[in-house]
Design a protein around this ligand. Structure first.
Ligand SMILES: Nc1ncnc2c1ncn2[C@@H]1O[C@H](COP(=O)(O)OP(=O)(O)OP(=O)(O)O)[C@@H](O)[C@H]1O
Ligand SMILES: [Mg+2]
Length: 312
């Protein structure tokens, strides 16, 4: 009996034990799972459980195995977050800006009632509009809800910054996975925040556009998706380079960051055109100034029409 077949059988028995139903033989789904693994690379085949999750359609069963592997193999590191940008890591739950991220979180949960939503791409038209700041703080606010697991990915292979914000190492990471050098567990880090996992950008490379478009990112997301409640992906700006629109194809939705009093209207419109209408979840207006929160304020506008007409 193959390793995958054994895993499926064990998972089915565990489900039967917890749900009080008779175990079903996994024969019908095992061949599909095996084919998927065989079609993968050597590195994929060494860690088949996430592929089993995908192809056998039993996320609740096999994710338990994947989770154990994730906890055992991801690197537990001592992050040293930048207090000025990591709003939820400086010991003050009411720090300026935190409330706006809670609002953003609740809007996302509203959207999730109407559509399948887990993998979020954060982008903007131009550089320095707050994509990384938004990604990092969004991941933190999502994970603050009890029992949630969130994966933050730095997919800005041109100007990675999330590792600096979190105060950790940049590699191994995404670029190493995309080149086939590492598997998904060995590029994943955990820090001091329970439930928050991080995949940094990885070794610096010369051809980011080629790498993000080589199909392995989609594979990575398929493999880790069952293990997380949310996956937040930071990206390069959408107007100057094509990476973000390529990355979006592997995601469920796109959050567009617009820097208040900075992003030119034409650039924002052009960035919007880079994504299919149904991918756009809304706009995060970053860096507004007001009496209540003079330092940072965010406004999130959901495209309700879109949400009500997309996937159930
Ligand atoms: N609302 C905010 N309040 C305070 N600082 C902010 C805010 N938004 C962004 N910043 C800071 O501005 C700088 C640029 O932000 P960030 O790195 O998030 O932009 P970016 O869009 O990811 O840039 P790039 O295109 O270079 O990746 C960072 O130092 C970040 O900490
Ligand atoms: Mg950035």
């Amino acid at each position: 009996m193959s390793r995958i077949h054994e895993a499926l059988k064990k998972a089915e028995q565990e489900r039967a034990a917890t749900q009080g139903v008779a175990p079903q033989p996994p024969a019908a789904s095992a061949p599909a799972a095996e084919q998927a693994v065989l079609a993968g690379t050597v590195a994929d085949a060494a860690f088949p459980l996430a592929a089993v999750v995908q192809t056998a359609g039993m996320p609740n069963l096999s994710s338990q195995f994947g989770l154990e592997t994730l906890l055992a193999r991801s690197a537990q590191l001592e992050w040293r977050p930048e207090p000025s940008t990591m709003l939820f890591m400086n010991g003050d739950d009411n720090a300026r800006g935190t409330e706006e991220f809670r609002t953003l979180r609740s809007r996302l949960y509203h959207l999730r009632e109407k559509m399948a939503l887990k993998k979020l791409l954060v982008t903007s038209a131009l550089p320095k509009e707050g994509k990384s700041f938004t990604s990092a703080n969004l991941a933190q606010v999502l994970v603050r809800q009890h029992g949630r697991r969130v994966l933050l990915i730095d997919a800005d292979l041109r100007g990675p910054r999330l590792h600096l914000m979190l105060g950790t190492t940049a590699s191994p990471g995404l670029s190493d996975y995309l080149q086939g050098k590492n598997d998904e567990f060995s590029i994943t880090q955990r820090g001091p925040v329970e439930g928050l996992f991080f995949i940094p950008s990885g070794e610096s490379i010369d051809d980011p556009a080629e790498l993000v478009g080589n199909g392995r990112l989609k594979l990575l997301l398929q493999r880790v998706e069952p293990l997380f409640d949310w996956i937040v992906i930071d990206s390069p700006p959408a107007v100057p380079v094509s990476d973000a629109s390529v990355l979006a194809k592997a995601c469920d939705g796109v959050l567009m960051v617009v820097r208040s009093n900075s992003t030119p209207f034409d650039a924002a419109r052009k960035a919007r055109q880079e994504f299919p209408e149904q991918m756009l979840l809304g706009v995060v207006l970053n860096g507004t100034h007001g009496d209540v929160t003079p330092y940072a304020r965010y406004y999130y506008e959901a495209y309700q029409k879109k949400a009500s007409t997309t996937k159930a």
